[in-house]
Ligand binder design. Structure first.
Ligand code: TTP
Ligand code: MG
Length: 393
């Protein structure tokens, strides 16, 4: 098995988000204490940094905020407008990487692995993201760059507002040495009290115990705690899109029954579907073939594989088998292939017998190389030579 490659994960969090949008839309409010909130519960949603200087905080009852800062401007929540700005922010991030995971209305993770070279280094990449968001949306944000998700999130919060915090791989151990245990995700008040009673103040203190020590005391949560305390967080950046299926289909200019042409289309579609799944870290177990005859009669055939896949070859080969089994006797006007039934695929692959695992890894490397080329030179730039003669459009 290969070791996990080093990753660069960026976490972005907007500064005083709702309040900043209000200040953007109404310049008179800039530089002033501003409190956004209300609704049924009558609490502060957020407030500008000017209001924070008076001790006002999110979730505080409005009457209390009014007492702390009577001069503040109070505004109701305009959720639709914040969502609009949120979409603008995400669009800027999409320009940096195909792997963007929106985590809430004002935060997102971006996988920047490999891209840091383009910008001349990790810190420069993070800076470019922060500056682009500020420039294109008019809103201030803070970013953290780290090898894993939870550290990136902690980092983005360290120099707010307008912060840029980079945690290099080599600095992680020293960082964990100082990180208060209460900052580890999942450590609530109760766990924290427990840790304190054991005399453990930092992540490194937690890491010095054994895995058994923590799973005995905290069960599953103990395992996660032990991992985080050692800086381990294997969660990938997972773009949130239609989580159910991925497919591609084409209607021909002329109905056809030519197996070679149909196969060429299936390969192109498998390539497209596979690439989209790989980009989103998804893999599916069910491959579906869809055809439509000249008279619009539609037929689908599906096969469920033993393991989820996102590789072009198995998607293509399964679709081709399904086509052969269907053995259409009349010309087709449409053909398509889909992948569904998503699940955790990648990890289970390591249980494959050696030769199969080697095949899979070779295929994965090929797919990744082709994906990379397409990202650089455009979708049409690369096609697999074997079996492939571009079908007539
Ligand atoms: P946060 O990112 O927690 O807060 P923020 O962006 O206002 O300030 P900063 O990140 O600079 O500390 O939350 C994002 C938005 O979510 C916030 O603008 C308003 C909303 N929110 C609530 O409605 N109630 C809450 O209790 C919190 C914490 C946030
Ligand atoms: Mg925020």
């Amino acid at each position: 098995m290969t070791a996990t490659p080093l990753r660069w994960i960026l976490h972005l969090d907007m500064d005083a988000f709702y309040a900043s949008v209000e200040q953007l839309d109404n310049p008179e409010l800039r530089g002033r204490p501003l409190i956004v909130g209300g609704g049924e519960r009558g609490v502060v949603s957020t407030c500008s940094y000017e209001a924070r200087a008076f001790g006002v905080r999110s979730a505080m009852p409005l009457f209390q905020a009014r007492k702390l800062c009577p001069r503040a401007v109070f505004l109701p929540v305009r959720m639709e407008r914040y969502k609009e700005k949120s979409r603008e922010v995400m669009a800027v991030l999409d320009g940096f990487s195909p792997l963007v995971e929106q985590a809430s209305v004002d935060e997102a993770y971006v996988d920047l692995t490999g891209l840091e070279r383009i910008f001349g280094g990790a810190a420069e990449t993070a800076r470019a993201v922060r500056d682009a968001v500020r420039e294109k949306t008019g809103l201030s944000c803070s970013v953290g760059l780290a090898p894993v998700k939870f550290l990136a999130k902690i980092a983005s919060d360290m120099n707010k507002p307008g912060g840029l915090t980079v945690l290099l791989h080599a600095d992680v151990p020293a960082f964990l040495e100082k990180l208060p245990a209460g900052r580890i995700p999942g450590v609530g008040r109760q766990t924290l009290a427990q840790l304190e009673s054991l005399g453990m103040r930092t992540a490194a203190d937690v890491a010095r115990q054994s895995a058994e020590f923590w799973s005995k005391r905290l069960g599953k949560a103990g395992e996660a705690l032990y991992d985080r305390a050692r800086g381990i967080d294997g969660r990938p950046v997972r773009p949130v899109v239609d989580p159910k299926s991925e497919s591609a289909e084409n209607t021909f200019a002329r109905d056809t029954l030519d197996r070679e042409i149909l196969a060429a289309w299936l390969l192109r579609q498998a390539e497209r579907v596979g690439e989209s799944l790989r980009r989103r870290n998804l893999a599916g177990r069910t491959i579906t073939l869809k055809v439509k005859y000249g008279d619009f009669v539609q037929v689908t055939r599906a096969r469920t594989l033993k393991r989820p896949t996102n590789l072009t070859r198995p998607i293509y080969e399964t679709a081709l088998e399904l086509l052969e089994e269907l053995n259409p006797a009349r010309p087709l006007r449409l053909i398509g292939v889909g992948v569904s039934h998503f699940g955790e695929g990648e990890r289970q692959f390591s249980l494959l017998p050696e030769p199969e695992e080697e095949d899979r890894q070779r295929e994965a490397r090929l797919d990744n190389a082709l994906d990379e080329l397409r990202r650089k030179f455009g979708r049409g730039a690369v096609v697999r030579g074997k079996l492939f003669r571009p079908p007539e459009e």
